[in-house]
Design a protein around this ligand. Structure first.
Ligand code: GDP
Ligand code: MG
Length: 299
């Protein structure tokens, strides 16, 4: 591939919660991340990860909260952030679940009016569809909802169609030199993935008990000689939630920590010392000032 037609651009993955965005991103980025660079994390997940291939560079950016429509400060804030991001990317991947269309999906779709970037509809979790002949009518139904550039059935979990997806995204990216060199953003990707792993364990342990606005912040990520030391903060909104997350004599937090540590060790291929802290950030999702203090900068 000559340098003249190298592609590089920004890609947003959007969709309601639970539709498979993180699974897809993790799969595309691959888990073979090296951790050579140690750039501090300055802003909160603006860039989720950078994927380099011979012919191009994919830069995945976050669109926090585009899935939510509530009126609380965090939603208002995040919707603002998401709306501005959405007008500034080269490709938008909109995930839905096969055979399922909900009001939340519609809310996300509503935010795509007047975007200029091509929107590719990804119909995820096709592995769950037992009767494949139901898929075609669903795809037809989806194609009437919006002028999608393309509609691709995928399984983010099993990897079905993801290579084709990656090739297709590349074809949509503009010709540009790479914006990021080497491992410039790799460390952030690892931090992001670590936070996601912890959050996933929280969801597994707590299910519906987990408050929607729980966030995980990686406070320290340090490669030492024999192990990687990670301190992570689980931010909840009330004392009651803190008690639930910690569990009886700390049993729940311990179980979450053990499971997360094993996955993180598998991810980075090193021994990990993981410390989890649960902190009440009282009313944080209701105050724009405290949102800013957490690093959610306006536009
Ligand atoms: P997000 O909230 O959009 O980031 O969704 P996640 O990536 O966290 O996925 C939510 C749940 O759906 C997890 O339990 C995933 O394992 C599951 N999931 C994601 N993609 C697929 C898929 O292609 N097939 C199946 N069967 N499950 C999936
Ligand atoms: Mg996610």
């Amino acid at each position: 591939m000559s340098e003249d037609n190298f592609k590089c651009g920004y890609i947003a993955i959007i969709g309601r919660p639970n539709v498979g965005k993180s699974t897809l991103l993790n799969h595309i980025l691959g888990l073979k991340l090296s951790i050579t660079s140690r750039k501090p994390q300055t802003t909160r997940h603006q860039i989720l990860g950078v994927k380099n291939v011979d012919a191009g560079q994919f830069i995945f950016v976050d669109t926090p909260g585009i899935h939510s429509g509530g009126g609380r400060a965090i939603n208002r804030y995040m919707n603002r952030a998401a709306s501005s991001v959405i007008h500034d990317v080269d490709v938008i991947l909109f995930l839905v679940q096969a055979l399922k269309w909900t009001d939340e999906d519609q809310l996300v779709l509503n935010k795509l009016q007047q975007v200029e970037a091509p929107v590719v509809l990804l119909v995820n979790k096709v592995d769950k569809v037992a009767e494949k002949d139901q898929l075609l009518p669903f795809l037809a139904q989806m194609s009437e909802k919006y002028d999608f550039r393309n509609i691709l059935p995928i399984s983010a979990k099993q990897g079905d169609n993801l290579q084709e997806l990656q090739d297709y995204i590349l074809s949509l990216l503009p010709v540009n030199p790479p914006y990021f060199q080497g491992d410039e953003y790799t460390d952030r990707s690892v931090r992001f993935l670590v936070a996601e792993i912890i959050r996933e364990k929280l969801v597994r342990e707590l299910g519906k008990e987990l408050p929607y606005q729980t966030t995980v912040e990686i406070e320290q990520y340090k490669d030492e000689e024999k192990l990687t030391r990670i301190n992570a903060l689980i931010l909840v909104e009330t004392k009651g939630q803190k008690v639930i997350v910690i569990g009886d004599k700390g049993a729940r937090l311990k179980s979450i920590g053990t499971k997360a540590r094993k996955d993180i060790e598998a991810l980075i291929g090193r021994k990990v010392f993981l410390q989890l802290w649960v902190k009440v950030k009282a009313g944080w999702s209701d105050s724009e000032a405290s949102l800013r203090s957490l690093g959610y900068d306006a536009d």
